[in-house]
Design a protein around this ligand. Structure first.
Ligand code: GLC
Length: 437
């Protein structure tokens, strides 16, 4: 085991917490002690990918502790507040994104989703866990297709910007260049509060508001997840496999048709009921590289834009916002307030892009990105990195920074071959009980 792998494992171990539900104990890694004391959905999927390298059973447990909170309609919440004593009034957004009531009721989970990278994580774990997870996975992706695509164009919607996983990204600034922390904070949180006032009722949110977004990152991860789901389901549930395959193709086609800006050579989000195509450049513009079906010429144009040193190919790539953009904040700070996803480099998006580059045959560029990412991780396993000088910033001992260890030449693009290996699962654990609240 390399030093970096040992450090990665140690962080995931240190961040491990347990929680109880219905008399059973679950274990998972929190993103970072202090700032992120709960379980987050896509963080846990990334943790599971890395755990799968060290301990498959531990990786499966990481996802079991999410799946146990799945709702009957298939939704899986983006935060599980296992330790409810840590939901404070000061961090009021945990109440805004859930059914919590300050001072009166701490929530168990949020009412939001996050980019659906769970099928990819299950595929990495493989073995008998696939049989265990397949039904809930199918229900989750069907929920997204059924409940989150009211105009039935194939693209699923997020109903507030924090569902994107990219909290304060300027792609949500709506054309206003916020330089004032108060204005930026209020504008960003507004959608959550409105959703709560609407009782988190999706019909009302889609019918009466414009802050919902058909996001490029979310839909790319969704299409990639559906493709993974189809591979997992083949031979186990062929109807599900056929549905997931068709759905993956539909999402990919819709991304190309509606989000691809031919003139600018980038993908952009669609906002609101009128599906206004936004224009803010950011890391999300490149995510469709992850899709194997992306036409070669589209991939080539994306790679050309990605490698531009004046914008995205900084000394420590890939920044979440191009360095020449007026909203770019190299260490996430506006005055004394921290606004994330407005410049610094993050390991999870690098990991996704690294896979995308490899899928389209850009091996040299992928190896370059992997090398630079590992070099960043060697300086500290942090939430973000300054894209200009590589200084680690944000939370320390951060869970998904460990993805750097997966960015070697040795990990397969889709590790479906893992599913042929066997894994021991205790019988009592092989069933995921329905959640009770
Ligand atoms: C921030 C990130 C989000 C992540 C969470 C926990 O909210 O924007 O993507 O899941 O922190 O790490």
């Amino acid at each position: 085991m390399s030093d970096l792998e040992a450090a990665a494992r140690a962080v995931l171990e240190r961040n491990t917490r347990t929680g109880s539900l219905d008399g059973r104990t679950y274990r998972f890694s929190i993103p970072a002690a202090g700032s992120y004391p709960f379980q987050w959905f896509w963080d846990s999927c990334f943790h599971a990918v890395v755990w799968a390298r060290f301990d498959r059973e531990r990786a499966a447990d990481e996802l079991r502790s999410l799946l146990v909170w799945q709702r009957p309609d298939g939704m899986i919440p983006h935060v599980v507040f296992w330790d409810r004593s840590k939901v404070t009034v000061k961090k009021f957004w945990h109440h805004a994104e859930s059914r919590g009531i300050p001072w009166l009721r701490a929530p168990s989970t949020s009412e939001c989703v996050q980019p659906p990278v769970i099928a990819q994580a299950v595929e990495r774990i493989g073995g008998a866990f696939v049989d265990e997870a397949l039904e809930p996975l199918g229900r989750f992706y069907r929920y997204l297709a059924r409940e989150r695509d009211p105009d039935e164009d194939g693209l699923v919607s997020i109903v507030n910007q924090f569902e994107s996983g990219l909290d304060y990204s300027p792609i949500f600034d709506d054309g206003v260049r916020y330089r004032n922390p108060v204005a930026l904070f209020l504008a960003a949180r507004r959608g959550e509060v409105v959703n709560k006032l609407l009782g988190f009722d999706l019909d009302r949110i889609f019918g009466h508001t414009d802050h919902h977004v058909e996001g490029v990152l979310f839909n790319t991860v969704h299409a990639d997840g559906l493709a993974a789901l189809a591979r997992l389901a083949r031979g186990r549930d062929d109807d599900l496999a056929a549905w997931a395959d068709a759905q993956a193709a539909r999402v990919t086609a819709a991304l190309l048709e509606r989000c691809w800006d031919e003139r600018r050579g980038l993908f952009f989000n669609l906002r609101g009921r009128d599906e206004v195509r936004t224009t803010q450049r950011s890391i999300v513009s490149f995510l469709p590289l992850l899709l194997a079906e992306l036409p070669r010429d589209v991939a080539a144009r994306l790679v050309e834009r990605l490698l531009d040193e004046r914008t995205f190919w900084t000394p420590h790539p890939v920044p979440s916002v191009p360095r020449d953009d007026p909203s770019f904040l190299r260490r996430s700070r506006l005055g004394r307030v921290r606004f994330i996803w407005r410049g610094p480099t993050s390991m999870n998006t690098n990991w996704l892009l690294w896979q995308g580059l490899r899928r389209h045959g850009y091996e040299r560029e992928a190896a370059d990105l992997a090398g630079r990412s590992r070099a960043l991780a060697e300086r500290g396993l942090n939430e973000f990195y300054d894209p200009l000088d590589g200084t680690p910033c944000g939370a320390t001992d951060f869970g998904w920074a460990t993805l750097a260890v997966d960015m070697g030449g040795d990990s397969s693009l889709h590790s479906s071959q893992a599913s042929t290996e066997t894994m021991t699962i205790e019988p009592s654990r092989s069933m995921i009980p329905p959640p009770t609240r």
